[in-house]
Design a protein around this ligand. Structure first.
Ligand code: ADP
Ligand code: GLC
Length: 494
């Protein structure tokens, strides 16, 4: 059988563009698929920061126009490869839409033309596949920014010949972001108004691009089995639970993997001392001392250091963390290191807390890849009490870095962290601490029992750290699951 040809389309991809886990996943999955013999080609908007990322980017001979918003907009295709690989990435170069300070927003807020920008992106990808005559069996789309493409595949958009034998997969990384726009944006999609109805592209009289992808894709996946179940309920479905229930068994949850070439304390260039599951005690001690000194905290090996790396969004549990910090941060024998950007309301609260607890609370309101690695390596405990979490990557990084995760039992956190109790210690599966309710009280109780073990049961603590570090959350298994989804789809429908 010839190699399967997959085109992956996303709005983020490391090392070219990342604001969260979507970038990590869309940069790593094509590489893992490549290892399995799948030929994967990716598309990404040609953002200003992507063009300046340092990867060698070539021009191509392909320039074309897309009719959108009453005008013809030019698109030039650029090309690069993921580092140390043959995986090709095409960049949709259109400076008016993508030569900006952010991907979706800047310091003035959300870009008002996001619908137009990402409709253009999808239409340009469809045209580019045509112009390049790319061989393609399957189109893998990620999140709302790419939701139009499954509709193009299903409806034979513009009679592109490549659509005829192509299947589509839509992966939901976060159902809370749906790409909802007012109905008069419908013409931007290039689709007929006939599709603007409650069973297809409309949602409560708005255009909904994620719903569009979910409805039209041949398969829908999300990034953990628990989240796949949760999003069919009103509590987590963000209004789309009915649409998702309608997909029945065609909705599959596959846990994200970790790219251990980039997230591995044994060879991480960002950290003060590398270490592995045998040498973690001395390695982490050095990384902790470095982090404390770097962030102006007292260099004390004896105090627990709790790390957080997170978007400042309500999803991530800040409504619990901030009240808890108010209760706990006066204790100089617990140190906190927080790295995050996002919601100005949380930034303000964190700034205030940091100002009144300078001796043990370090807050960095920034996006810093090196510091994210240094916090994973230097912390004893990693806090991630999300309200909901489709998968989550930071808890997986924490397991590998021996920074014991404290999480809420939701989505991918429930699927990847095993709570510590007598039974899980006995069978050596305990890898972290899991909080059962989304309340400040429950989180405080969970953190208290975590600290109790950290401070007074060193051997048990060492066992938990060791268990997490030895686990394998690499992409190999998850990429295999995607491959199975692709193969079923192609076999079942050909
Ligand atoms: P989400 O995608 O919902 O933000 P994940 O846990 O899946 O959550 O992935 C978050 C990714 O973004 C991780 O790689 C994490 O290290 C990174 N990240 C989040 N905030 C920051 C930040 N302020 N600086 C550097 N990296 C960050
Ligand atoms: C989203 C989710 C996160 C997931 C990431 C990558 O940003 O919030 O849980 O890990 O996508 O799939």
């Amino acid at each position: 059988m010839n190699a399967l040809q997959v085109v992956s389309v996303s709005s983020e991809m490391v090392p070219l563009a990342k604001s969260g886990g979507l970038g990590d996943v869309c940069g790593a999955l094509p590489l893992a698929l490549d290892q399995l013999g799948v030929r994967c080609v990716s598309f990404l908007p040609g953002y200003r920061s992507a063009l300046a990322s340092g990867l060698a980017i070539e021009s191509t001979d392909h320039t074309f126009t897309i009719p959108i918003a009453g005008k013809y907009v030019a698109c030039h295709l650029l090309k690069t490869r993921l580092p140390d690989s043959q995986v090709e990435v095409y960049l949709i170069d259109q400076p008016h839409y993508f030569d900006r300070d952010g991907f979706y927003f800047d310091s003035h807020g959300e870009f008002r033309d996001n619908c137009e920008r990402f409709c253009f992106f999808c239409r340009a990808v469809a045209e580019a596949i045509h112009q390049l005559e790319l061989p393609i069996d399957l189109l893998h789309c990620h999140d709302w920014q790419t939701g139009l493409l499954p509709a193009y595949v299903a409806t034979g958009f513009r009679d592109y010949p490549w659509l005829k034998n192509t299947k589509s997969v839509m992966t939901i990384h976060n159902l809370a972001y749906q790409g909802r726009f007012w109905h008069l944006d419908m013409p931007l999609t290039g689709m007929s108004w006939d599709y603007f109805n409650w069973q297809q592209m409309e949602f409560h009289n708005e255009l909904n691009l994620l719903k569009t992808g979910i409805v039209f894709a041949d398969r829908v996946t999300t990034v953990s089995p628990t989240y796949a179940r949760e999003i069919t309920t009103p509590e987590f479905g963000c209004g789309l639970e009915g649409v998702l229930r309608d997909r029945g068994a065609e909705l599959v949850g596959i846990v994200n993997g970790v790219d251990y070439d980039h997230w591995n304390p044994a060879n991480d260039p960002h950290i003060a001392q590398t270490y592995d599951s045998q040498s973690w005690q001395s390695g982490k001690a050095a990384c902790k001392a470095w982090l404390q000194a770097q962030l102006g905290l007292p260099v004390r090996p004896d105090v627990p250091l709790i790390g957080i790396v997170s978007r400042l969004a309500s999803q991530k549990g800040w409504d619990l963390i901030i009240p808890m910090l108010s209760n706990w941060a006066h204790n100089p024998d617990i140190q906190w290191v927080i790295l995050g950007t996002g919601d100005v309301h949380y930034e303000k609260k964190l700034r205030e807390l940091a100002a009144s607890h300078t001796g043990n609370l370090a807050v960095q309101l920034a996006f810093s890849e090196p510091l994210a690695h240094q916090i994973e390596a230097g912390s004893d405990i990693f806090l991630m009490p999300s309200r909901y979490e489709p998968c989550g990557l930071n808890q997986l990084y924490s397991l590998k870095y021996g920074s014991v995760p404290v999480v809420n039992r939701t989505g991918g956190l429930a699927d990847t962290v095993t709570d510590t109790n007598p039974a899980t210690l006995q069978n050596r599966s305990a890898s972290g601490f899991v909080c059962d309710q989304y309340t400040v009280h429950c989180l405080e109780e969970t953190l208290s029992r975590t600290l109790e073990l950290y401070l007074h049961q060193k051997e048990i603590w060492a066992q938990i750290v060791h268990t997490g570090m030895e686990q394998d959350w690499s992409w190999s298994q998850s990429a295999q699951r995607y491959l199975e989804v692709y193969e079923h789809l192609i076999r079942d429908t050909s």
